[in-house]
Design a protein around this ligand. Structure first.
Ligand code: ZN
Ligand code: MN
Length: 141
């Protein structure tokens, strides 16, 4: 594979655009959604570049990755620990304004020989939008 060297400035620019797209939404988008948005500004960017930069942003603590097992990860421009509500029906991810429980790390540490560093907490249910459209005929039947 030929190595293209886009140069530091272009790399920085790409990452800036990706981060501003991430910070400009509260929908916790997938990498693919970020790709579609960033392409509006940088039409030649590749999905691979999006993935690579998202990885760097997560590793450098500027963004957060929400991994959900087999489904594709969602990304969050707010890297500080906070809780989420996930709709079982549409899969949308919402911020949940519950104060982060720092004491729970200590409690977990007390009963564990592992070194506890942080925790992640997600709530599941049915979002407002799905709840209000649930009077339409059920799928399945
Ligand atoms: Zn929903
Ligand atoms: Mn969030």
């Amino acid at each position: 594979m030929a190595t293209s060297r886009p140069g530091f400035i272009r790399k920085t620019k790409q990452r800036e655009v990706i981060l501003s797209v991430l910070r400009g939404t509260d929908t916790h988008p997938s990498a693919d959604w970020v790709y579609q948005e960033v392409r509006k500004v940088l039409p030649n960017i590749s999905l691979g570049t999006i993935y690579r930069n998202l990885r760097i942003l997560v590793e450098s603590g500027e963004a957060m990755e929400l991994a959900f097992g087999s489904t594709s990860s969602r990304f969050d421009g707010n890297p500080k620990n906070h809780y989420h509500f996930i709709c079982d029906q549409c899969g949308n991810v919402y911020d949940l304004a519950l104060p982060v429980d720092h004491g729970i790390d200590k409690k977990a540490q007390e009963i564990s020989s592992h070194k506890v560093v942080s925790h992640r907490l997600e709530f599941y249910g049915v979002c407002n939008e799905c709840n209000s459209s649930n009077h339409t005929p059920n799928r399945g039947s």
